[in-house]
Design a protein around this ligand. Sequence first.
Ligand code: DC
Length: 222
Amino acid sequence: MRAQGYIVAIDGPAGAGKSTIAKGVAQALGIARVDTGAIYRTLTLLALERGLDEEPKVVALLDELDLRFRGEQVFLGDRDVSLAIRTPKVTAAVSRISAMPGVRNGLLELQRRLGRADPQGALLEGRDIGTVVFPDAEVKIFLTASAEERARRRLKDLEAAGERTTHAEVLAAIVARDAYDSSRPVAPLVRAFDAITVDSTGKTLDEVIGEICGIVRARLAG
Ligand code: DC
């Protein structure tokens, strides 16, 4: 494996198991992981708390986005917002906020800085890492799974977090969010032409993590 830092981009729709898989892959490779969805979620939380909805006002909030990752925790200033950014309210609002061109532009530099912070390299997970944020990433993975399977997994997570909902409700939300995320004019969820698709349907976490690590190692060796 090359000594120079490298970037692994993992993009894909909601609920494909991205976060858990990204965590496992980054750990196995010994590189940092940046959850870019958490960045959009934290900004959304701040906007909701301030009651701000219009793009210029939300963009102005970026100056206050004092965001830090500490392991798996996300801090806004001194406040641990790891749980607050995962509530259904934030999840419902984040698509709209993340579709604002000014927001996406404003967050580009932050994502690139976080990705380049570790000389070893980093794994970034999101929707447009391989297409927009790091189009020159050494390895690009497009991680997907059937909508049914993604809904099953999301439901389990929500139930574990004490939320009351149903499979049908979660499936409908996933389908709606996919459609919105893939059709928005700014940075839609599309597979980078040079990304390798990994379908996690019916596979265990370890299988998918192993598959991606194999792809990364093969790419870096070649
Ligand atoms: O992966 P997630 O569910 O935490 O992402 C939250 C939202 O942020 C999702 O609606 C898509 C958006 N997002 C994005 O537009 N670009 C990214 N790089 C990451 C997330």
